[in-house]
Design a protein around this ligand. Structure first.
Ligand code: GCU
Length: 677
């Protein structure tokens, strides 16, 4: 045995010596190109900035042809900055209707080379015309739910000082097809619309423009009152309407290609039209009217809920469904993927199966608010694709969410940390978001592989496979140890990092307390949204309403989302619900521990600094998975009174050490975190 071990170690050491890992520079993200040996001749028709960027990128980073020709063509088959690649001998032609389309074509070629793929003739047209990041950055430099430092935007220096990182940010986005960005938090300060901030915003827009990125702003609905002391923000008030028109004129004078507004209204204490007895449609349409002459749009969020008798999961549908058809043409309703709030897994928001006469877009969360911040490896495309590929049965079978929506927004995980996202693997989520918004047919595994190749370089096949497997399974692993069987929102109050199913703050809003969601009692666990409960299942089209509403047909992954399930209920597996719960926590924990092991095996092949940074975080993740496992099972066992299966619990000593470490854990730069859920 010992002999085999030594031989294996020697063999590994030999491999390690013969293959020096690629150097990894975190700040370069997936753009770690090594200078190609052959320089390509790039033929462009013009010298405008976007084409200069395309030319320079190809010249520096592409070598698979002698000549690349970039040509603008009038071709209706290439809408929305789509492009066509033709390959003829050693010459490659990129054609597009716009300069940005040509830039995307250039990045396509470079990606092929960096990811070791052959350049083939192809036509690419994006799945969505609008592919937008939502930054939850506050103007004081903090980021709400941000885990990678402070805001990139140096508001106090702008517009005089323009950081070089703005162009790097724009380049990274353009390389994956992102074409828009909302600069500030949905919990918006009215200040963002002051003259001063419009000038600052214009400076950023100038940097982003050549990369095809348009700027948008989140606005506070009571801005006219806060900025100019109007007595009301009533959307039907003439003076208020005029104020917004004037504001739009002012913005477009400074930023002619300004994209529009993102609005969170009447949600979590923010002002909105309902404060004046008006509807969401009244509010959105007023802003739409101000933006329409300039071609701008309003992204009006459906993330609304208030402490009411209605199940929180039902509220968005109840408020928006009656308004279907009442929104102006340039309003898009921005709906979170699930009906509650970016939990590691939610059934889809029922609004995606309705609102036939209203434009809709999906809001996904790239920043890992509920998936381990920038400490846990959680590769999110599997979750996003699960949602996008869901059938809502709105128009019978085959009504997929991906076809229903017109755009995708992703809440950004970017901060001013040296590598942008803190966890090196969190960069992969930014990457994957852009790629999916461009092409919603991509798969989790292909995204993992292309990211690995560009970021970590060419690895031996088995090593690449191990890392891709880790990424591919990581979301399910997080679900296993954070929300088994659909058990949701048992996160610690405020920061949403660890478990806190026991949290009960006297006087706090019930819908911000975990017991509202888990409903643990001597009978069972889970929120009853079936026909005998809140009837939230009814908001889904047939056959999903009865599929979810019936405990016997409800998929295991949503069981405790839709049902209050007896502890000893027999699951599809034949196990009791309690044992299945234990199994899930145990499986999540085992997988997180396995990732530490797998990453150790990859060590010889990966840049040491990168390896360390990931290894430290995987250790934290394994510890945290243990924490979720022990804390939740011990808590729920008080109700189930059944023995804990699978994994042994930590002894007291280890537990103490662990909690000491966790309490010393600095919650990274979540300065904007509010004192509420
Ligand atoms: C969650 C999140 C908040 C955020 C809100 C939103 O509730 O915890 O920080 O403001 O979503 O999306 O508006």
């Amino acid at each position: 045995m010992m002999k085999t071990l030594i031989t294996t170690c020697l063999a590994l050491a030999a491999v390690a010596c013969s293959q020096k890992p690629n150097e990894y520079k975190g700040e370069l993200l997936w753009l770690q190109y090594t200078q190609p040996k052959n320089k390509v001749c790039v033929v462009v028709q013009d010298t405008i900035p976007t084409l200069q960027i395309a030319r320079n990128e190809l010249f520096a980073n592409f070598s698979k042809a002698d000549t690349v020709r970039l040509q603008i063509v009038a071709d209706a088959a290439l809408p929305n900055d789509g492009f066509r690649i033709a390959v003829g001998g050693k010459t490659i032609d990129i054609e597009a209707q716009s300069t940005v389309g040509l830039l995307y074509g250039a990045y396509h070629l470079i990606r092929c080379e960096a990811a070791g793929a052959q350049v083939r003739p192809t036509t690419e047209v994006p799945s969505y015309a609008l592919r937008i990041l939502n930054h939850w950055d506050n103007i004081d430099g903090t980021i709400e739910r941000g885990y990678a430092g402070k805001s990139l935007w140096q508001w106090d220096e702008l517009p005089a000082v323009v950081s070089p990182r703005y162009a790097e940010y724009a380049r990274a986005n353009a390389s994956i097809g992102i074409n828009a960005t909302v600069l500030n938090n949905v919990n918006a300060s009215p200040q963002i619309l002051s003259d001063e901030y419009i000038r600052k915003t214009a400076a950023l827009a100038d940097v982003f423009r050549p990369y095809g990125i348009r700027v948008y702003l989140s606005v506070n609905f009571s801005s006219p009152m806060a900025l100019d002391s109007l007595p009301t923000a009533d959307p039907l008030d003439k003076a208020v309407r005029q104020w917004w028109k004037d504001k739009a004129d002012e913005i477009y004078k400074a930023i002619p290609d300004f994209g529009g507004f993102l609005v969170k209204a009447n949600s979590e204490g923010l002002p909105g039209p309902l404060d004046f007895g008006r509807s969401h449609a009244d509010g959105a349409n007023m802003l739409a009217e101000a933006l329409a002459p300039h071609g701008g749009i309003v992204m009006w969020r459906a993330f609304v809920y208030s402490p009411s008798d209605a199940d929180r999961a039902k509220q968005a549908y109840l408020e928006f469904e009656p308004l279907d058809g009442q929104f102006a043409d340039n309003v898009i309703i921005q709906t979170k993927n699930g009906p509650i709030d970016f939990q590691p897994r939610e059934p889809f928001s029922p609004l995606f199966g309705h609102l036939a006469k209203t434009r809709q877009m999906a809001e996904l969360q790239i920043t890992q608010e509920y998936t381990g911040h920038s400490n846990h490896l959680c590769f999110l495309p599997s979750m996003w694709l699960e949602v996008l590929n869901t059938d809502t049965y709105e128009h019978g079978e085959g009504s997929l969410i991906r076809d229903k929506i017109e755009a995708i927004a992703g809440v950004s995980n970017v901060g001013d940390s040296a590598n942008w996202c803190a966890h090196p693997f969190a960069q992969a989520n930014w990457y994957a978001f852009g790629r999916i918004a461009w092409n919603n047919r991509l798969t989790t595994d292909s995204l993992a592989t292309e990211w690995i190749r560009q970021t970590l370089g060419k690895l031996p096949n088995d090593v690449e496979r191990k890392i891709a497997d880790m990424m591919d399974t990581s979301h399910e692993t997080v679900v296993d140890y954070m929300m088994p069987l659909g058990l949701h929102h048992i996160f610690a109050w405020g920061h949403h990092y660890g478990p806190e199913p026991w949290c009960a703050i006297p006087g706090a809003r019930p819908d911000w307390m975990p017991s509202y969601y888990h409903c643990a009692d001597s009978l069972g666990l889970g929120f009853d949204r079936s026909y005998s409960g809140s009837r939230a299942c009814e908001q889904y089209n047939a056959p999903l309403d009865s599929l979810y509403g019936n405990i016997q047909t409800c998929p295991d992954k949503y069981l405790l989302w839709f049902h209050h399930v007896p502890w000893n209920y027999t699951m599809h597996s034949g196990r009791t619900m309690w044992d299945e719960l234990c199994l899930s926590y145990g499986r999540g924990l085992a997988a997180a521990e396995q990732y530490v092991q797998t990453w150790n095996e990859c060590r010889p092949y990966v840049d040491p600094l990168l390896w360390n940074s990931v290894a430290r975080r995987l250790d934290i993740q394994a510890h945290d998975a243990r924490w979720w496992h022990d804390a939740c099972l011990l808590y729920f066992q008080q109700f189930s009174k059944m023995p804990i299966q699978q994994k042994t619990l930590l002894n007291l000593d280890d537990m103490m050490k662990f909690h000491l470490r966790i309490s010393n854990y600095e919650c990274p730069a979540d300065g904007g975190m509010r004192a509420e859920n």
